[in-house]
Design a protein around this ligand. Structure first.
Ligand code: KMT
Ligand code: NI
Length: 179
């Protein structure tokens, strides 16, 4: 996994958009992200390690998000637009990348700059509730990821706006990053 400031050039979202300014993963941890990697070819298999992480966090539910043309059919473009519209969730977004690749863009607080995180198979990412972010595929146009939740599996996001700015989940996030 690696990260850098987004270049803000208006061009295809699937391009790297690397400004050339790297961002340390430890800095992303200060912004509330949890990032780790469990290589798919780990000896003994990745599953036991991923299960352990899930158990430790109490994620008792998982499914596979198949973000491919085949997987999403008619909804492919629509879902991608939704993922790339800046949003937040009331729960953490937890993903383990099984195949393909893509980018998460997260908003740095308080500058509101975009930081782009490149993800590849084996990457495990936890995006905290209340952080503004978006997701895009890259030029290979496909990703499959395990999604983890506690309780019911349902996808719900809220576009950034006055409602999210006033959300208790947003306030809780901001409290967690302010020292
Ligand atoms: C989100 O909410 O940003 C997503 O679920 C992105 C797609 S996960 C590969
Ligand atoms: Ni999201």
């Amino acid at each position: 996994m690696h990260a850098y400031y987004y270049d803000n050039v208006s061009a295809d979202q699937r391009l790297p958009h690397d400004s050339g300014q790297p961002v340390e993963l430890d800095y992303l941890r200060k912004l509330g992200l949890a990032l780790t990697s469990v290589p798919l070819d780990t000896e003994g298999g990745w599953e036991p390690l991923v299960d352990k992480i899930a158990n430790e966090h109490g994620w008792d539910n998982r499914d596979t998000m198949d973000v491919t043309k085949e997987g999403l059919g008619d909804q492919f473009e629509q879902m991608l637009d939704k993922f790339f519209a800046e949003h937040m969730h009331n729960d953490a977004e937890v993903r383990y990348i099984l195949s393909g690749s893509g980018y998460w863009d997260i908003r740095e607080y308080p500058t509101d700059l975009w930081i782009r995180i490149r993800v590849l198979p084996g990457d495990f990412i936890i995006i905290p509730a209340g952080i503004y972010h978006r997701f895009t595929l890259d030029e290979l146009n496909q990703v499959k990821a395990l999604r983890f939740t506690t309780g019911e599996l349902q996808y719900s996001s809220t576009a950034r706006g006055s409602e999210t700015d006033a959300s208790p989940f947003r306030y809780r996030y901001l409290d967690s990053v302010k020292e």
